[in-house]
Design a protein around this ligand. Structure first.
Ligand code: ZN
Ligand code: CU
Length: 498
């Protein structure tokens, strides 16, 4: 009970507070003033501008989507329905080596960047300028950014074949200087996509030298590894080696063991995480599906049981269709068909359900959607990830408790990315809150109908403003662009200037 009477903006009354720490939920009222949570307890005698009856519902911290490619989406569709409809209140962008800045290029971005940035409206020569574009769009949810190694390489080395070699010392120096500038401007760290063409010729040492400044900024190193199939063990070793060399936390993105020949190998890879954890900070994220999605790539096709086209610039009519059918229709070889479809993207059915479950339950594993919002026919993870974890994996399959499921999308994520003022329901934290029905929450997006909003999310509050209610956006777009420097400050520590 609060000692003094406050004029609460919100009292969320009678819900089960699942606070994001992983501790058991408890029934309590949550009081919000302005942008912050100020009280948790019995607030039945208190006044509030608006009171929400949350009886029977769960009151959780807003979900943090730690692995997104929402960089351009925040500008194109600032309502961010795909995310708000799942209870997501914050996205971390710039993953897999792909960021919109720093990139000084005239014209629409080439190569891998097209996966996320279809136009030069969504690139900028500095992170600060990119953040200004996002702020100007007034997104409905919060966003923070990583700096992409592929982007740095393209910025410094050029495109196409120019990327098929190790960077020189002088190029490494330029990339490192640009990373430092991004970190000063609020980047959370460096991401790599060593599997992809702009980065695959980069030796381990190149990454170590570019990433060296992370330590001084408390930045993280996130990686879409060099290989997630037959060489998954070697790739994990490389990621851990980089982390030790630069003395920074390693976050392995969308961990998986791809290809039927690798099914079951998560036993081996998760044991490697445990071993590494004895001497360094390592963690990982996962999405709750047995299919992946990225650009159309022949090696990935060979490691998959089936492949579905998600976007195709020369032949948009092939979207949402099976690749084998397209090959038959084209009457050519698989290699030739893949060439003719480029640039294109695909969904790859290439994982084992038991691996997905084992990884989801692993220590340090966060939930990240890896959704691709620019795809014509996207993987359903874009609209379904968070409710799917809570509906299918927590409620139906009971592979973990509700508290643990929420923890992996809130408190754990905040801790691993150095976010101190969000991710928990605690007095002083920002009021990012997701109120959902634990009996009905579930994903609705499917591979056939991938943009169907999930069910069960009753209310979503972002920075103390109601953002989602009655199955739709409100008029509030209260999201903020968050610099690394902004993530430490809560009501109890107002040392920052806004
Ligand atoms: Zn990736
Ligand atoms: Cu990704």
């Amino acid at each position: 009970m609060s000692a003094s009477r406050k004029n609460y903006d919100w009292i969320i009354a009678g819900g089960t507070v699942v606070d994001g720490s992983g501790q058991p939920g408890y029934v309590a009222d949550v009081g919000v003033v302005g942008e912050h949570i100020v009280d948790i307890g019995d607030l039945s005698g208190e006044q509030a501008a608006r009171r929400i009856d949350a009886t029977g519902l769960v009151v959780a911290p807003g979900f943090i989507d730690v692995h997104t490619h929402d960089d351009a989406s925040l500008i194109i569709r600032p309502e961010m329905r795909a995310k708000l409809s799942q209870g997501v209140t914050m996205v971390i962008c710039g993953n897999c080596g792909i960021s919109g800045a720093p990139y000084s290029y005239v014209g629409d971005p080439p190569g891998l960047l097209r996966l996320v940035f279809k136009s030069d409206k969504f690139i900028a020569s500095s992170l600060q300028q990119y953040m200004a574009k996002v702020s100007a769009a007034e997104p409905a949810i919060n966003a923070a950014f990583l700096t992409g190694h592929a982007t740095l390489r393209m910025n410094v080395m050029g495109e196409g074949e120019q990327l098929e070699r190790a960077a020189t010392d002088s190029e490494i120096g330029q990339m490192r200087a640009q990373l430092i500038e991004c970190l000063e401007q609020g980047s959370l760290g460096l991401s790599t996509g060593l599997f992809y063409q702009p980065a695959r010729a980069a030796p381990t040492q190149e990454i170590i030298e570019i990433a060296a400044p992370l330590k001084d900024f408390n930045g993280v190193y996130t990686t879409h590894m060099r290989d997630e199939a037959d060489q998954v063990v070697e790739s994990l070793n490389e990621a851990f080696e980089i982390g030790r060399a630069i003395d920074a936390p390693v976050i392995v993105s969308h961990h998986k063991c791809q290809g039927p020949q690798n099914f079951g190998r998560s036993v081996e890879t998760l044991a490697m995480f445990e071993e590494a954890r004895k001497q360094q900070q390592v963690s990982l994220d996962v999405y709750p599906y047995t299919a992946s999605s990225t650009v159309l790539n022949e090696a990935m096709v060979h490691n998959s049981i089936s492949t579905l086209i998600t976007w195709c610039e020369p032949h948009p009519e092939y979207c949402a269709r099976e690749l084998t059918e397209i090959v038959r229709e084209m009457g050519c070889s698989l290699t030739e068909a893949i060439e003719r479809l480029q640039p294109a993207g695909a969904v790859y059915f290439s994982m084992d359900e038991d691996d997905v479950r084992r990884i989801m339950c692993a220590p340090g594993c966060m939930i990240g959607s890896d959704g691709l919002p620019e795809d014509e026919h996207p993987h359903p993870r874009l609209w379904g990830t968070f409710p799917r974890v809570l509906g299918k994996y927590v409620r139906e399959l009971k592979i973990m408790s509700l508290e643990e499921g929420v923890h992996r999308m809130t408190g754990l994520s905040a801790r691993q990315f150095g976010i101190k003022n969000r991710g928990l329901i605690e007095a002083g934290k920002f009021a990012d809150l997701t109120i959902f029905d634990p009996r009905t929450i579930v994903d609705s997006a499917t591979f056939e109908q991938p943009t169907t909003p999930a069910t069960g999310i009753a209310y979503v509050i972002v920075n103390g403003k109601m953002a989602w209610e009655n199955g739709a956006n409100t008029n509030n777009r209260a999201g903020k662009v968050l610099r690394r420097q902004d993530l430490n400050n809560d009501l109890n520590n107002q040392s920052f200037a806004e």
